[in-house]
Write a protein that binds this ligand. Structure first.
Ligand code: BG6
Length: 484
């Protein structure tokens, strides 16, 4: 169960591209879980739309398969499934032609919230936005949801923003970065701004450095063509890691309100210094452990796309001047770990002499797996033998802490879809934020393209290339282990 049911208004949600991978893996299972948790109003409707000329029953079979594949068995019962499927409808629709739009128009109700989820490639955003408009489907309550990648550079992101702005006001555009829907990411704001404990120390005076890691064990399997045109910087750093950086570094907004939060995030992105080429390490995984190498998976024998990146960046503002942020993300690494580690400075003087603590306090915010927080503190090692100091974790797993049976932490998409219906844009990227993130990322990519740099090879199942370790070693620091 989820912690509390906050009802939302009745809605018609149209998923355009409803038979695609994202819809089947993420959107439809998330909707089912919301239905299961009693969070979907009884008469809410989900209308699938795609090019396939199938009927409602055939689409319901697609939905049923998706749920059986992607929802844990203990949440699936025949009654629940039947109830959910009865809310599902379908209409064939061609994004690039006028076929099907009148039919969709006829299916929509006038008196409920209308949301259109663009679960399609960005090249279709413009034709869909235009047709929604031309066919009169955009009522007063209409809103659209668009997925990443939101462009592949500043120019294309600007074009997309301009195209969408032609049909929709900014307050109706929900740009998804699913990392913002993760429970612990929201918790970062709660921890920072709901407690007195951390905020006074949350600055360059007390924080030595910050590490943000998103490590994955998977490769690029099945996504070769998309991924090979993107690489880790475009696929992960420009969006997910950037959002984690923003929430870690931003000033407290005056109020928890969509624009107040996004204004503060934007200031962080704009305060980022350009990254020097020597402070970026790019890697590409070799074959190993029975899995193919990156180039074979990408089906591009001469690919120079990175499946790993580590970089060091600085923020030029009062709070963070002098505190480096180290970011790294990669595929086929030792473990699946996403975390933010805030490493505090050592005490200015150790009264315990040379046996004093060598590492500062570390606050680790774990996004996955096992969402929670861990604060490393120095204590006396219990027992006789004088004053020996050790570092121990004060570990708080949210699942354990929140009740004897734990809590069912909702998937990011559950949270985000409900926020779309509620009309709450706090956890969605604003157009200027996306553009600012590309404005910072573009020169990084342009610099290595101009030099013709190739990524260094790394073995699967490890922590990425050794050069990434060096990035910190030469500053007298070290990365936290990936999965111990
Ligand atoms: C996606 C990226 O946005 O996020 C993928 O395109 C990546 O390459 C995924 O695997 C990671 O998401 P999560 O929620 O599994 O950490």
């Amino acid at each position: 169960m989820v912690s509390r049911i906050i009802p939302v208004e009745n809605f018609d949600l149209v998923i355009i591209g409803a038979t695609g991978d994202l819809a089947r893996r993420k959107i439809l299972p998330a909707l089912y879980r919301l239905f299961h948790a009693g969070q979907m109003p009884e008469s809410a409707r989900i209308i699938g739309a795609a090019r396939s000329d199938m009927g409602r029953d055939a689409f319901r079979a697609v939905v049923q398969d998706a749920i059986r594949q992607h929802v844990p068995k203990d949440k699936i019962s025949a009654d629940m499934l039947a109830g959910f499927l009865s809310a599902i409808d379908y209409t064939p629709l061609d994004a690039t032609e006028d076929k099907g739009w009148q039919n969709l128009q006829a299916m929509l109700r006038a008196d409920v919230i209308r949301a259109f989820y663009f679960s399609v490639g960005p090249q279709l955003f413009a034709p869909i936005a235009g047709r929604l408009h031309d066919h009169g489907l955009v009522g007063d309550s209409a809103r659209i949801v668009v997925e990443k990648p939101f462009g592949r550079d500043l120019r294309s992101a600007r074009e997309l923003n301009a195209v969408l702005a032609g049909s929709f006001d900014e307050h109706r555009i929900y740009r998804i970065d699913h990392y913002l829907g993760k429970e612990t990411v929201q918790n970062l704001m709660a921890v920072r701004f709901g407690n007195m404990l951390f905020e006074p120390l949350w600055n360059a005076q007390y924080v030595d450095h910050i590490q943000i890691t998103v490590a994955e064990t998977v490769g690029i399997d099945g996504r070769g063509p998309y991924y090979d045109r993107s690489g880790a910087v475009r696929d992960m750093v420009q969006n997910h890691l950037m959002q984690l950086l923003c929430l870690t570094a931003m000033e407290p907004p005056s109020i928890f309100d969509p624009d107040a939060v996004r204004d503060e995030k934007l200031k962080v992105i704009r305060a980022l210094d350009p990254v020097a080429p020597a402070e970026i390490v790019r890697g590409q995984y070799r074959a190993g452990g029975g899995a193919a190498c990156y180039r074979d998976e990408a089906e591009n024998p001469s690919s120079t796309t990175e499946s790993f990146v580590a970089l060091k960046c600085h923020l030029s503002n009062w709070r963070w001047k002098g505190t480096p942020f180290y970011l790294r993300t990669g595929k086929r690494l030792r473990a699946r770990v996403s975390e933010i580690a805030v490493v505090f400075k050592d005490p200015p003087h150790s009264i315990f002499g040379p046996r004093g603590p060598r590492r500062g306090n570390v606050l680790v915010i774990r996004l996955q797996p096992d969402e929670g927080m861990d604060l490393r503190v120095t204590i006396k090692e219990p027992g006789p033998g004088g004053m020996r100091l050790i570092d121990v974790p004060l570990d708080m797993s949210f699942a354990e802490a929140l009740g004897p049976k734990g809590i069912d932490i909702p998937d990011a998409y559950e949270r985000l879809i409900m926020d779309v219906i509620r009309g709450n844009q706090t956890l969605f990227m604003r157009g200027d934020e996306v553009e600012a993130a590309w404005a910072w990322t573009d020169p990084i990519i342009a610099a290595w393209e101009a030099r013709g740099d190739a990524p260094v090879a790394y073995d699967p199942g490890g922590a990425g290339p050794d050069d990434s370790l060096m990035l910190l070693h030469r500053d007298g620091r070290r990365w936290r282990e990936i999965g111990k």
